[in-house]
Design a protein around this ligand. Structure first.
Ligand code: E4P
Length: 217
């Protein structure tokens, strides 16, 4: 499963990229706001830092304007994936940009039927939002499982990019379910390394090592 980092914070991306933990990046208007940076400038900086797909989202709501914005964003770098919302106009935009050879990430997906439409419109990625479904007392993972089954039934090439990931358990479930990609904030990715038994075991090893009086260096 590929790991994308869900942020426009270049320092957080760099730290994960240096470790080989950032196969791509996703941003959205809220994350651009949080970064306090200009969208074109920060997207260019991220796209130079990461060789994988970097999603940058259009903000127009009507297809012609979305297509124009998408073309402008796509010009930033060859690894830009234009992010469009899962609306009818977003699907039109997806078709046009995909046919032009631009990667498209269809975002704000909350149902299997929406995911089916995105695949038929030629999306490179479909972004089902797990956490926001969980927030409504629904099971976001059910959606990932349904989309996996549908895409496999018909051999759709669109990659399932599990989004709105809030917990380390979401990551495990996505990997078990066969999501192609998951995008998560850097704190969730870093939390994957934590385990209380690791901390406890290390503490004991350090105590015993100190008693040996030895040094390695
Ligand atoms: C995905 O591309 C979105 O940017 C993101 O995962 C949304 O997450 P949130 O629901 O935590 O805002």
């Amino acid at each position: 499963m590929k790991f994308f980092v869900d942020t426009a914070d270049v320092d957080a991306i760099r730290e994960l990229a240096d470790l080989g933990m950032a196969d791509g990046v996703t941003t959205n208007p809220s994350l651009i706001l949080k970064s306090g940076r200009d969208i074109l400038e920060v997207t260019r900086e991220i796209a130079e830092m990461i060789s994988g797909p970097v999603s940058a989202e259009v903000v127009a709501l009507e297809a012609d304007a979305m297509i124009a914005e998408g073309r402008k964003l796509a010009k930033i770098a060859p690894n830009i994936a234009v992010k469009v919302p899962l609306t009818w106009d977003g699907l039109k935009t997806c078709r046009v940009l995909s046919d032009e050879g631009t990667m498209v990430n269809v975002t704000l997906c909350f149902s299997a039927n929406q995911a089916l439409l995105a695949a038929k419109a030629g999306a490179t990625f479909i972004s089902p939002f797990i956490g926001r479904l969980d927030d409504m007392n629904l099971d976001g993972m059910d959606l990932i499982r349904d989309i996996r089954e549908i895409y496999d039934n018909y051999n759709f090439k669109t990659e399932i990019l599990a989004a709105s990931i809030r917990t380390v358990n979401h990551v495990t479930q996505c990997a078990l379910t066969g999501a192609d990609v998951m995008t998560a904030p850097s704190n969730v990715i870093k939390a994957l390394a934590s385990h209380p038994l690791t901390d406890k075991g290390l503490e004991q090893f350090m105590k015993d090592w100190a008693k040996t009086g030895q040094k390695i260096l």
